[in-house]
Design a protein around this ligand. Structure first.
Ligand code: PGA
Length: 244
């Protein structure tokens, strides 16, 4: 069981230096304690954001390679992320899986390398609409979960139904609850208490319902995390619901 909700801001390939400074200033002023807030900017902003982040916000990256050094043009390594002050890294976001063709075999290597370097992976899993509609959801999720092992702890699992990402559509709360239970059951032994957060069009308007589900330990927020007011509202809703 987690003591505080985990609220992670996945900025994806958005923001330049100027906009990011304003956003971080607002977050620093309003984040406070009571939630584990993680900001995941693009690589180009990691260094400048690190120097501005307040104590209550942790830094993470959106991806990394599984080698630490070498001739891998365009890649960023786990030890380079540690060096710049990152604590977390997203591994296996659906955009990496589906746009860039990352499969479970590659993601397993990335998880191992990230943990070896000392990063905490936020490992994303989720099914496409087609997989859901053709009854393959549980098989797909199982295959994605099967690469997790106790030696990789600590890590966070983020369940993001792909059809709910950036679409404004949100899975109904019963389905989310059932899916989180399914994931929890698959994480046996020491992994039984791994935090499982939800992502996919999380907004202030639906955050209360999502936070109220006791199977959900937090949120991975994309679009709404680019707006300080919306993101702070989501954090506050989770804090309120999870601490009462
Ligand atoms: P979204 O993105 O909140 O814009 O749907 C979530 C994510 O992709 O992590």
């Amino acid at each position: 069981m987690i003591d505080k909700p985990i609220i992670a801001a996945n900025w994806k390939m958005n923001l330049k230096k100027g906009d990011s400074t304003k956003l971080i200033d607002n977050l620093n002023n309003s984040c406070g304690e009571g939630a584990n807030v993680i900001v995941l900017p693009p690589f180009t902003l990691l260094d400048s954001i690190k120097s501005k982040l307040g104590n209550n916000i942790a830094l993470g990256a959106q991806n990394c390679y599984y080698k630490n050094y070498g001739a891998y043009t365009g890649e960023i390594s786990p030890v380079q992320l540690i060096d710049i002050g990152c604590k977390y890294v997203i591994i296996g976001h659906s955009e990496r899986r589906h746009i860039f063709g990352e499969d479970n075999k590659l993601l397993s290597k990335k998880l191992t390398a990230a943990r070896k370097a000392g990063l905490i992976p936020i490992y994303c899993i989720g099914e496409t609409l087609e997989e859901r509609e053709t009854g393959k959801k549980e098989m797909v999720l199982s295959m994605q979960i099967n690469i997790l092992r106790e030696e990789l702890m600590p890590f966070i699992v983020a369940y993001e139904p792909i059809w709910a990402i950036g679409t404004g559509k949100i899975a109904d709360i019963k389905t989310i609850e059932q899916t989180h239970s399914f994931i929890r059951d698959k994480l046996s032994g020491q992994m039984a208490d791994v935090p499982i957060i939800y992502g996919g069009s999380v907004k202030p308007e639906n955050a209360y319902e999502i936070a109220s589900c006791d199977r959900i330990d937090g949120a991975l927020v994309g679009g709404a995390s680019l707006n300080a007011n919306q993101f702070i509202k989501i954090i506050n809703i989770f804090k309120e619901v999870k601490t009462c």
